[in-house]
Design a protein around this ligand. Sequence first.
Ligand SMILES: C[S@@+](CC[C@H](N)C(=O)[O-])C[C@H]1O[C@@H](n2cnc3c(N)ncnc32)[C@H](O)[C@@H]1O
Length: 182
Amino acid sequence: MSWAGQFGDQYIERNLELTNFKYKDTDRLNVTKSFFADIPRDASILELGCNVGSIIRILDSMGFTNVTGIDVNSKAIEIISKAHPHYKFINCSIEDYIPYVRHDLVYTSGVLIHQNPTDLPAITEKMERWSKKWIFGFEYYTPKFERIDYGVPLYKGPYETLFHGKLERVEHHGGHVYYLFS
Ligand SMILES: C[S@@+](CC[C@H](N)C(=O)[O-])C[C@H]1O[C@@H](n2cnc3c(N)ncnc32)[C@H](O)[C@@H]1O
C-alpha cells in the first residue's frame, strides 16, 4: 500500500470531506487560521504533501497569493490544480523535489507522521534549507514517537522537536501539535 497508489487514491475521497470541513473540526480550521494570521499575504508558501488541500483551501480563503503544493499522488494533484488554478502544483515526492527558489514558509500537515522515522532528519533538513523564514507544522502528537496501525506507516510524536529555528508558537489541540518556527 502506498500514497502514490490505491491507498492514496482512496484517501482522497475521505480527505475531500475533510477539505470541505463537513465534519466538526472547526477547531482545526480556526487554529490553522490563527497560525497564519500574521504571515504577509504575498509570502511564498510551499506545502509538502498537499493532497486535495485541506490547508490550501484555508490559505486561499485568507487571501494568500503565492502558494505551491507538491504531492506524490497524481490524482490529488489533478483535483487540487483544478480547484486552485492560480496556485502551482507538482506531482512529485519530497525526496525527488528540487525547488528552484526558496520559499518564505514551508509546511507539512499530516505528512511527517507518514515518513519513516529514519528519513525524518533528511526531510526536516530540506524544509529548513528550502525555507527563507518560517516553518509551520500540524502533526499527530504524543510525547514519545510511537507507531500506529493505519494501513500505511503512521507515527505520532513530538514533531516540533525536530526543527532548529526559533519556536515562535506551539499548541496542542485534539491530539495534534501545531508549531511555527522562524
Ligand atoms: C494524510 S495526507 C495529508 C494531506 C494534506 N496535507 C492535508 O492536511 O489534508 C498525506 C499526504 O502526503 C502525501 N505524501 C506522503 N508521503 C509523501 C512524500 N514522501 N512525498 C510527497 N508526498 C507525500 C500523500 O500522498 C498524501 O496526499
